[in-house]
Design a binder for this molecule. Structure first.
Ligand SMILES: [Zn+2]
Length: 315
């Protein structure tokens, strides 16, 4: 077994992830990458939630891609129509999984180039989020809405284990041992939530509840993200000296016709480290948009619609 495989196995076991850099070393041939990209999209299909976008339409795109040469994808009206349809749904029904689905297909089409090893066009890939395999991994991680944080981490690792095993098969090599990953986060029991304060903490432990109001068919919950200071992303020194604050809306979705949204306040902090080039910085949350959304969905699944509205004092 090649060294790069040994390194990749270690990476998955240590972090539950597989870096773009490692994937590029593992798989330099565009043809192999394209094959893996198709397989990975097929992998996500079985659990794809119909509520976000019709599963049969996703299947239709994949079937088309499988049955036609890559060069044809880019010039085909059918493919354009299929992708445009996803884009249109995205305009009114913004959902990060659908965004990933679109991006996954878009990158596959863009990568119709031939198999030229040294003109490795992935080298320019600045954002991992553009890569089909990465998008597929994120979809796989979040597809099961009842999965808690640990289960999601496990799913992410399982995806990369599957990736490595499939790649080994394509490349005609065998992995010499099984890969094991065990997530170690202490998960909160969502069934114990009984107050709005606990409810927002369950979405992100970095949130502090401020207030909430019910108006017509809309509940707005105000929270503060990282209100007690944060670490400067450049020099890593802690600061709680506030320069100014700003806020933004995050839509959580509807329950029984009632829209629920967060108004998230954030501080911009001064960096007081004289040696640091930053005068001030915005906070970088550990719990990103996807995790907040997934936590919320899992909570609603655990508590049920009725109980969530009760906690929000709507009878
Ligand atoms: Zn700094």
């Amino acid at each position: 077994m090649e060294d790069i495989y040994v390194q990749a196995i270690q990476e998955i076991e240590d972090t539950g992830k597989l870096l773009l850099m490692t994937r590029q070393l593992l798989c330099a041939k565009q043809k192999e990458r394209n094959k893996l990209a198709l397989f990975s999209m097929e992998k996500i299909l079985s659990e794809w939630p119909d509520s976000i976008y019709p599963k049969n339409k996703v299947a239709e795109i994949l079937t088309y891609m499988k049955n036609h040469e890559q060069e044809e994808w880019n010039h085909s009206q059918i493919m354009n129509d299929l992708l445009e349809d996803i884009q249109n749904v995205l305009k009114t029904h913004e959902h990060f999984m659908l965004g990933y689905l679109y991006q996954a297909f878009a990158y596959m089409i863009q990568n119709e180039q031939q198999d030229i090893q040294k003109n490795n066009n992935d080298e320019d890939l600045e954002y991992e989020e553009l890569d089909t395999i990465y998008c597929a991994c994120m979809i796989y991680k979040y597809e099961d809405e009842s999965a808690d944080e640990n289960a999601r981490k496990q799913r992410e690792a399982d995806f990369w284990i599957w990736y490595l095993e499939t790649l080994a098969q394509i490349q005609g090599t065998t992995l010499l041992r099984d890969i094991h990953f065990q997530p170690k986060t202490e998960v909160v029991d969502f069934s114990l939530i009984s107050t709005v304060e606990q409810l927002v903490k369950a979405i992100s432990y970095e949130f502090d509840y401020l207030s909430h109001e019910v108006k017509d068919d809309m509940i707005t919950i105000q929270v503060f993200n990282l209100k007690n200071g944060a670490y400067c992303p450049t020099c890593h020194q802690f600061s709680n000296r506030v320069k100014f604050d700003y806020g933004g809306i995050m839509k959580l979705g509807k329950i029984k016709g009632i829209s629920i949204r967060l108004y998230i306040k954030n501080n911009v902090y001064f960096c007081d480290n004289k040696a640091c080039e930053e005068e001030s910085f915005m906070c970088q949350s550990k719990v990103d948009y996807k995790e907040r959304m997934a936590n919320y969905k899992q909570m609603v699944k655990t508590l049920g619609n009725k109980r969530v509205l009760e906690i929000l004092q709507i009878k």
